[in-house]
Design a protein. Structure first.
Length: 223
């Protein structure tokens, strides 16, 4: 657990350095941080790479529910209670570097360092708002707009700094899961986005800012 004698540690230092109750781990692409149903006894802070959260229903149907990037926590349900389990599987889309923090250590630093608690609370609120936005997107937007939004999120448009226009490798099956449509529909929309100059792809997808037009304007205006 976090040592009270070192309570002067700041949030940035805590998340950069390994120490008591926390260590830096390297996760290969297509391997998991944890599996749905596993005991939730630690939380990860993603430093490099991209990851995804997936869930599997009782009937065995898998769905991708969220994409993750650097600066995000994953496995926060471990803080809810002793004996909690992970509600989803977290797996790496690209090689990832993360700080693995034991539950007790995470709770200790949150209790002792207000700045760290504020940082984590900001993350939780941001995650909650993102989940709400995803739900609204599913309820009210067309499949085409949902796909455009996902591609823009992966390219990190709207975040501080320059966007990563070349997004990590992702299959059309995964995109279809996230959009809530079929692979054939995703293929149709991707070809149209490419023909309109909104994206480029040849193994990797490059997203242009002009893709925002799909979200900001009615689809009919783009035909």
């Amino acid at each position: 657990m976090h040592d009270a004698r070192n309570s002067s540690i700041d949030a940035a230092t805590f998340l950069v350095e390994a120490g008591l109750g926390r260590r830096i781990v390297h996760i290969k692409a297509k391997t998991t941080f944890f599996l749905q149903g596993n005991p939730a006894d630690c939380i990860f802070y993603l430093k490099k790479g991209r990851a995804k959260l997936t869930v599997v229903s009782q009937r065995g149907k898998e769905a991708t529910i969220m994409l993750l990037g650097p600066g995000e926590f994953v496995g926060e349900e471990s803080l809810a209670s002793v004996g909690a389990v992970h509600m989803a599987t977290a797996s790496a889309l690209t090689p990832c570097t993360a700080l693995k923090i034991d539950r007790a250590e995470m709770l200790g630093i949150m209790h002792e360092e207000r700045r760290f608690s504020d940082l984590f609370l900001t993350f939780l609120l941001s995650r909650s708002m993102r989940v709400q936005a995803d739900l609204v997107d599913q309820l009210f937007n067309s499949s085409e707009k949902r796909l455009a939004r996902i591609l823009l999120l992966m390219a990190e448009y709207g975040k501080p700094g320059d966007p990563e226009s070349l997004i990590p490798k992702i299959t059309q099956e995964t995109l279809a899961e996230m959009v809530g449509t079929t692979r054939s529909r995703v293929s149709f929309f991707m070809n149209r986005f490419r023909n309109l100059g909104f994206i480029e792809y040849n193994g990797r997808i490059r997203v242009h800012k002009s893709l925002l037009n799909v979200i900001l304007h009615d689809s009919d205006a783009l035909h």
